[in-house]
Design a protein around this ligand. Sequence first.
Ligand code: UD1
Ligand code: CA
Length: 461
Amino acid sequence: MSVQVVILAGGQGKRMHSSIPKVLHHLAGKPLLEHVIDTALAIVPETPPVIVYGHQGKLLLERFSQRNLRWVEQKEQLGTGHAMLQALPEISDNTQVLVLSGDVPLITPNTLKKLLDTTPADAIGMLTAQLANPFGYGRIIRDNQQRIVAIVEEKDATAEVRVVTEINTGVYYFPVNYLRRWLPVLDNRNAQSEYYLTEVISKAVSEHIPLHSVQPAVIEEILGVNDRQQLAHLERYYQRQMAEKLMRQGVTLYDPQRFDLRGEAHIGRDVSIDVNVIFEGRVVIGDECEIGPNVLLRNVELAKGVRINANSVVEDAKIGPRCIIGPFARIRPGTVLAEQVHIGNFVEIKKSVVAHGSKVNHLTYIGDSEIGRDVNVGAGTITCNYDGVNKHKTIIGDNAFIGSCTQLVAPVTIGEGATIGAGSTITRDAPPHKLTLSRAPQVTLDDWQRPQKRKNGSQSE
Ligand code: UD1
Ligand code: CA
């Protein structure tokens, strides 16, 4: 039988005190809802999930406009049962419905698979959990034969019910025909005057429909995000998991508590990562790379034996074998470095290709450039690539030597083996194998004297 996932995400998320919907807040660099969507598609890849949304639907639809999803609006937030009712017209007959919450981001495909695989046909599957502190959750009420008989919400619970530590996670697996029968007839006579999805459990019990329950592998899988403390808690949990996974694969993390992965990492052997390093997007790292402290890598590929020194930022770039970058370097999108290129402190490289063995070691800006092999770019060199309207290219041939403090006004080409005298402003192409410089002649004034301080003068004049 086919399975349809429904993700409930209509709630407001008041306790976030935020002007964006709760499910758009990020965990590990991606919206809470996207974690749930990705998990849903991991177990039911053939059918896009139905998402029930309420507040600020425009923001949600915009954020996920690139993805194939089915959206259902819940105009008024009248409760989880009402939310589910809105989704029913989207679900075909003879379907099994898997209900997830948009604010429970770390539920795993494994646990959901267990729920799907073990729930008997015609039964209702529920994911429940034991919590030391069950406050706030709906409690699972069982009879003396351990059969589930009801779910009671915290706000409706008597003191006797509140001591129950088995809770409803909000994840269920229903044959759709039950929902079609029960959801339209729910009432809202409860402490919150809401239509509770949990009420269908009492209806199932009264119709003697079997209930089956499954537990998650770890508690964090079912924890919801209602406020920013819970969000931070799950973020730390997730990061710890990622750090441990990398260490198991053979990566040295100087401090697993001070490493953050917001995306995916593919890391070779004998790579070491110092403290406060952040990876974003897709990061690929070859064998024997060393990542120094306080480094941000976003969508980068490092070949074998690259060293990224402290406080460097590398984004959308490809770095060749045994390059050395930083400390304090900024490598911007579109940069490709070949083998053994050295980029030093306070150097910014943007949309440029640098060939084998070239060095740009100090205080330099290279933009929209092609730099040949074994070039030496002196301290304080600037490629003036922008005329205020358009960007222009700088081309530097193999073995060129650019003296310090030079401005290369693009478009401009420096020939192979050319030498540019320090302090030059180069506005025309420089020929190969020659010294080119532009520099005001140096003068010395023999009869010049330093001004003397006036004897009676006030300093403010
Ligand atoms: C719900 C369950 C509770 C369970 C808990 C697990 C009910 C009545 N209670 O409580 O038993 O322990 O989840 O986390 O179902 N939503 C809508 N529209 C609405 C109301 C909610 O789409 O009108 C969505 C929310 O965005 C959220 C999910 O449904 O993703 C759960 O709603 P929430 O208000 O967080 O329910 P809880 O009170 O936490
Ligand atoms: Ca909740």
